[in-house]
Structure formats: structure tokens, C-alpha cells
Write a protein that binds this ligand. Structure first.
Ligand code: GLA
Length: 443
């Protein structure tokens, strides 16, 4: 009795240490407005995106969150409640949430942990600093299922300040009683070791607006795999499309079939890079949040994001026997060959090749081969590379399935007489050519 009393007293006195909302057991999937039309977001664009997710079949494949990024929040009323930019969201945020929910999807909203949000020159909108409890309650009253909290306008960008701010919002969300996916947006790798105690995912790098920036996000993720686990994911940023830039000024943000003028750095130079990003995001167990106008992207991009075999690599992982130490549980792919990559959009020059691997159920492994050099080329995983696949069995044959061609290759993967494996992905396109294979042990 005494012990029970002591325990419950302790739980009253101890602050909540984690989000503990049961969400994000696999990386989150959905759509976000930022790379579509940046701060020009409107409720009609969000509704169109909701319908497009459904009409393209992407919603049925797991893309469930519809996230309104910056550009909806105006300021505060005299009682401190959030106010909305009426001209862009005339029916209010609750009605928009109802629309999304009525279509079977989930509703994401955005704020910042600072005193102002990021595109302040345009909107001068307030952040949540000092208003966390009030904002969490208000946002939940609008039907929010997902909160992205940015870092603009905050105090110094150091772990002490940032973690205090994020913990305040985490506790405010917990206190609402609604399970809200909490997405931290802080741009640094130092979030990763503490990420799981603060939110469901945390940004690890700056804005990934084009393949150059995204190669940096991939490089940054190499060392962070050990921090990813169900409920807690490294976030190398949104999925970027081709041809649909956006941004920074009304004249650059179009509806309909108009040809889209590009901002200088806000898009992929070709469809292959968009596919390379998606393939890497799948093997890295990264959030799959599409950020482009789905009514305007190419068929190729829709095919890319809709590849269910690739999505399965992202959403699934090995189950580990009870008692396995946390360090031995791998939920995010690891780089098993290659060095950091670079890409300069202005010269269209790239460098680096990578091979990544992710353990899946039943002894399966997914592998990604990425050529980021300037020439078409082969990428090989040699025996040293394969040795990192800790339970590959030299006595077993593996079928090799090409997850973009959707077919099994004729030759199985078999160890040589010394028990060593090797595999070459041939003829990969330059600066972002990928191949993804699934190895399945044959009984
Ligand atoms: C930051 C974030 C982006 C986006 C913008 C909004 O740059 O990293 O993802 O939310 O702010 O202004």
C-alpha cells in the first residue's frame, strides 16, 4: 500500500518525460503545404490537396496527414487566443479540419517555438513562446492531429533552450488529452539523441529544397540511425517534387495548369532526383511527407511516391527478440558503403556513391545503390560492404527483387566458395541514379 502511494505520489511530482502518445510507430506519411506554395497557402489549396491525395490513390497507400505549414496564423486576440488570416482561411481552421476529417484524413497545423514564425517579413505572425498551454488547447479545439513546431524567433539555437521550449509544448500537448503527433523542426543533428523524449520526429538539417540540400540531409543522417525507433524518427525534411517550385511572392505561386516559374533553388532538376530522394527516405525510415501540388506533378512523380513496395521498406522493420539491447535494434537503414555526397545545382555537378541497407522482417534486407557522380555508372557492394549485413547467411540463397522494376531478377544472390557476397547495380543514372533491391532468404 505504502509502495503504491509512494509511486503515485512520485508520478504526480515527476514532470512528464516523454510524449508517450502512441503515434508514429512507423514513420509518418502525408502531405504538407510548404514546398507547394509556401506562405501563399490557402484553405482552398489545402482542400484541393486533400482531394488530390484521395484521387491519386496516395491516401489509400498510407499518406494520411494533411499539414498546413506556415502562412495561416495571423496573431492573437485580446485574450491571447490565436487568430487566423481570414482572407486565406475564410471558414476558419476548425471547418478546414472537419473537411479533412470528413475525407478520412488527419489534420496538421504549424507554429513556432519562438516569439514569431519564420516568414515574418510577410506575415509577422506570432509564435507559441509563452503561450504553449493556450495554443495547445486552441489548436486541439480546431481538431489538430499533428503539430509541426518550427524554431524561428526562438532563443539561441542551443540544446538547453530548444529542449526547454519543446518540452513545454510536449507537456502542453500531453495535457490536452488528445494524441497529437509532435514534429520538431530544429534543423540540427544534436536533436537526435534527445528527440524521442520530446517528440515523434525531429528535423536534423536545414530546409531540403533541392537535391544539393537533400544530399546534405542524407550525409547528416548517416550517424543518427541509432536514435530512430518506433514513435521517434529522424526527419531529413519534406519530399520535393519536380517542376513545381513555389514561392516567395504571389507571382511565383500558381494554381491550375499554368507553367510554373521556378524559384532559384526550390525544386529538383529532374524526376530522377525526386525518385532518388524518395528511395533514400524509404531506406532511412524518414517521414514521407509529400510537399508539391499533386494536381501538377508528373505521372513519374506520382508513380515514385506511390510505389507500395518502396513504402513497405519505409514502414516496416525487423522485430527484435525481447532483451535485445537498444543499440542492437536497427530501425533506420545504415550506410554500408561510400562517403558523403555533394550536388551543386548551378553547375549540375555531383559526387559520391552510396550503398545503404535496412533489416526487414524474416531475415530480409532492403538495399539502395545510389550513384551521385557526374557520369552514368555502376555501384558495387563488395564483400566488405555485405559483411555489415549482420545476419546474412552464406549457406542461404537470396532472391533479388528490383523494387522499381517490380520484378525478381533471374539470378539469386549466392555467396562464393569463400562465403562472400557481392552485388553490382549497373548503369545507374548520373547525379541521383538509384536502384533498390529486396533480398529474401529462400528456404
Ligand atoms: C522553416 C522550416 C520549413 C518551413 C518554413 C516556414 O524554414 O524549416 O520547413 O516550415 O520555416 O517558414
Amino acid at each position: 500500500m505504502k509502495l503504491i502511494l509512494a509511486t503515485s505520489l512520485l508520478s504526480l511530482l515527476t514532470p512528464v518525460q516523454s510524449l508517450n502518445n502512441g503515434l508514429g510507430l512507423s514513420p509518418q506519411m502525408g502531405w504538407a503545404s510548404w514546398n507547394d506554395c509556401a506562405s501563399q497557402v490557402t484553405s482552398s489549396r489545402i482542400k484541393n490537396a486533400t482531394l488530390a491525395l484521395i484521387n491519386t490513390g496516395l491516401a489509400a497507400k498510407g499518406y494520411e496527414y494533411v499539414n498546413v505549414d506556415e502562412g495561416w496564423l495571423k496573431g492573437r486576440s485580446s485574450n491571447g487566443d490565436i487568430t487566423v488570416i481570414d482572407e486565406k482561411f475564410p471558414e476558419g481552421m476548425k471547418a478546414l479540419g472537419d473537411f479533412i476529417h470528413d475525407h478520412g484524413l488527419k489534420y496538421g497545423l504549424y507554429t513556432s517555438r519562438g516569439t514569431v514564425q519564420c516568414s515574418t517579413a510577410q506575415y509577422n505572425a506570432t509564435g507559441s513562446q509563452g503561450y504553449e498551454v493556450q495554443d495547445a488547447n486552441w489548436l486541439v479545439s480546431q481538431g489538430m492531429d499533428y503539430l509541426k513546431e518550427d524554431s524561428c524567433g526562438g532563443g539561441p539555437n542551443n540544446p538547453t533552450d530548444a529542449f526547454t521550449d519543446y518540452a513545454t509544448m510536449r507537456d502542453a500537448l500531453n495535457a490536452t488529452g488528445r494524441s497529437v503527433f509532435f514534429s520538431l523542426c530544429g534543423w540540427y543533428t544534436w536533436y537526435a539523441p534527445s528527440g524521442d523524449s520530446l517528440g515523434n520526429s525531429w528535423r536534423i538539417s536545414g530546409d531540403g529544397t533541392n537535391w544539393g540540400a537533400l544530399t546534405q540531409s542524407i550525409n547528416a543522417n548517416v550517424e543518427l540511425g541509432k536514435y530512430a525507433r518506433p514513435g521517434a524518427w529522424n526527419d531529413p525534411d519534406l519530399l520535393v517534387g519536380t517542376g513545381i517550385g513555389s514561392n516567395r511572392g504571389e507571382d511565383k505561386c500558381f494554381d491550375g495548369d499554368t507553367e510554373i516559374p521556378q524559384s532559384s533553388d526550390w525544386y529538383m532538376t529532374n524526376d530522377e532526383q525526386s525518385r532518388a530522394q524518395f528511395t533514400m527516405w524509404c531506406i532511412m525510415s524518414s517521414p514521407l511527407i509529400i510537399s508539391a501540388n499533386l494536381n501538377q506533378v508528373s505521372e513519374y512523380a506520382l508513380e515514385t511516391w506511390g510505389n507500395e513496395e518502396a513504402i513497405a521498406v519505409n514502414q516496416h522493420f525487423r522485430t527484435y527478440p525481447e532483451g535485445t539491447s537498444v543499440e542492437d535494434e536497427i530501425y533506420q537503414g545504415i550506410r554500408i558503403f561510400g562517403d558523403d555526397m555533394e550536388y551543386d545545382k548551378s553547375t549540375d555537378k555531383g559526387s559520391g556513391v552510396n550503398v545503404w541497407a535496412k533489416p526487414l522482417e524474416e531475415g530480409k534486407w532492403a538495399l539502395v545503390f545510389l550513384n551521385n557522380e557526374d557520369e552514368v555508372g555502376d555501384v558495387t557492394c563488395d564483400s566488405e560492404c555485405f559483411e555489415q549485413l549482420y545476419d546474412l547467411d552464406a549457406g542461404v540463397k537470396y532472391t533479388v527483387r528490383d523494387l522499381w522494376e517490380h520484378e525478381d531478377e533471374e539470378e539469386e544472390l549466392v555467396a562464393d566458395e569463400e562465403g562472400k557476397f557481392e552485388y553490382t547495380a549497373e548503369g545507374l543514372a548520373r547525379t541521383g541514379g538509384v536502384k533498390m533491391i529486396l533480398l529474401t532468404p529462400v528456404d
